[in-house]
Design a protein around this ligand. Structure first.
Ligand code: NAD
Length: 481
């Protein structure tokens, strides 16, 4: 059993003063994979100090050299692909096939920001066109400084890559806190930092929970900017902490995304997209399309097609090749989803499929894939993020009603439109209030395009040039030519 009672600071594993320990659990086998330190504020002090020492040289290195390190990160991840996929399946409970997306999107992200680091260097000091005679103005983009990065457990390598890669490309140094629930895949990043010869102090990783590491990191005056992905409640606490010292913060938070099935959709392909949007990663995706709005003329046929597909989902060992869906990532998450299932019972929701329709595996933190139909708009299950394999459906009269109900939500992370007419799907998509809108597809993410949400789904954007901009400060140098 691993005993990770150390913190990764200055490219070395340094013993934490904290005596508290946290177990890391395999949610299928329900066994202990490791024990990590819970960390404390003294670890945060040490990591921030290391990042501050490393900042001037890392910034001065320039985008071209930093790009080389990012490419080396991508190569090193690629070499570990199979090992990390298995580790992710054990620690996260996601089916092996699903772990490939976490890996491959992370690798693509490091490569994309290597290119962005080069592009950044090439545009440093560019002239500003203006009408003042004899005056020269140039624009520089400097790193924001030392950044604190906090991530959740559902896609450990991707959510961290979306922060680490642009931060390094921008010339920031960082203190990264992975989730205490799934910290094992991210430990490879510390190994890779050493292997690629990243200068000490540029990348620091702290193990621990919200109380031990997250809160002191968010409040630390040496952190110039915070980037957080996780729940709304914690995101708001991070934002409050960032208010002291007027420090910048970007937040990637929850979602309750709609999927609209228009009246010209093909039932079978619509059913396939609906399934992919909610049951992937056991529904533990911020952008899961968990509210189905189907035209009334297709509703009965679609519910029947979904019921058949739900019955065919093979629940089981995430490491087995024939498993479609693994357990919830933790007992805590299973219990959280089960609380919603109890509310559904109290509210008298009509289940097309739920736990009564199948036997769950004898071991593991499983929740049965569930579909409720005709869910009232006032139901808590319709309004709140469940973060599990629970789909709520309603039928609608026309596109206008579908759009209105889709947008009647405090979240706005993602949405999907299914239609036989791509032009119509795009038109409906333009009317939706969401950061990513898929049409006749699901959960596609490109490193070149931004990621983030409207409303309570967060503040700022990751990925694309916007993801880099979050780690940069614009500097204007102006004077006589
Ligand atoms: P969480 O908010 O419980 O934890 C996220 C991280 O914050 C963890 O590392 C945790 O240790 C840390 N933390 C806890 N308390 C803290 C505190 N007081 N101060 C600072 N840090 C603290 O979220 P989770 O359960 O790990 O993840 C699920 C949530 O993440 C869902 O709401 C989901 O929608 C969201 N999510 C959003 C996106 C996105 O891109 N918008 C992506 C993935 C997950």
């Amino acid at each position: 059993m691993q005993r990770l009672d150390h913190q990764f600071i200055d490219n070395r594993w340094i013993a934490s003063r904290s005596e508290r320990r946290l177990p890391v659990i395999d949610p299928y086998r329900q066994t202990r994979l490791a024990e990590i330190t819970a960390g404390d504020a003294s670890d945060v002090d040490a990591a921030v100090a290391a990042a501050q020492r490393a900042l001037p040289a890392w910034q001065a290195l320039g985008g071209e050299r930093r790009a080389g390190y990012l490419e080396a990160f991508a190569d090193a991840l690629e070499r570990r692909r199979e090992t990390l996929m298995r580790l992710s399946a054990s620690n996260n409970g996601k089916a092996l096939a699903e772990t490939a997306i976490d890996m491959d999107d992370a690798i693509a992200c490091y490569r994309y920001y290597a290119d962005q680091a080069r592009a950044l260097e090439s545009r440093q000091g560019r002239r500003v066109e203006h009408a003042l005679d004899g005056i020269e103005a140039r624009i520089y983009e400097d790193p924001a400084g030392v950044v604190g990065l906090i991530t959740p457990w559902n896609f450990p390598l991707v959510t961290s890559a979306w922060k680490i890669a642009p931060a390094l490309a921008a010339g920031c140094t960082l203190v990264f806190k992975p989730s205490e629930v799934v910290p094992l895949p991210e430990l490879a990043l510390a190994e890779i930092a050493v292997e690629t010869g990243l200068p000490p102090g540029v990348f620091n990783l702290l193990l621990g929970d919200g109380a031990g590491i997250g809160a002191p990191l968010s409040a630390h005056p040496g952190i110039d900017k915070l980037s957080f992905t996780g729940s709304n409640a914690v995101g708001e606490a991070v934002m409050r902490a960032a208010a002291t010292g007027s420090r910048g913060v970007s937040l990637e938070l929850g979602g309750k995304s709609p999927i609209l099935v228009l009246d010209d959709a093909d039932i079978d392909s619509a059913a396939d997209w609906v399934m992919a949007g909610i049951f992937f990663n056991s529904g533990q995706i911020c952008s899961a399309t968990s509210r189905l709005l189907v035209h009334h003329s297709l509703a009965e046929a679609l519910y029947a097609a979904l019921a058949r597909r739900i019955d065919a989902i093979r629940l089981g060992d995430p490491l087995a090749d024939d498993t479609d869906m693994g357990p919830m990532t933790s007992a805590r998450q299973r219990e959280a989803v089960e609380r919603y299932l109890a509310i559904a019972k109290e509210e008298g929701l009509d289940a097309v499929r739920d736990a009564r329709h199948r036997e769950l595996p004898a071991q593991g933190e499983f929740v049965a894939p569930t579909l409720y139909r005709d869910v009232p708009l006032t139901s808590r299950l319709w309004c709140e993020e469940i973060f599990g394999p629970v789909l709520c459906a309603r039928s609608v009269a026309d596109d206008a009603e579908a759009i209105a109900l889709a947008n009647a939500c405090e979240f706005g992370l993602a949405a999907t439109v299914i239609s036989g007419d791509a032009e119509r799907a795009r038109r409906v998509g333009r009317a939706l209030r969401a950061g990513s809108v898929w049409f006749n597809s699901e959960q596609l993410v490109l490193p070149e395009a931004g990621w983030g949400g409207f409303g309570r789904s967060g503040i700022g954007r990751e990925l694309g040039p916007w993801g880099l901009a979050g780690y940069l400060e614009i500097k204007h140098l102006i004077g006589p030519a």
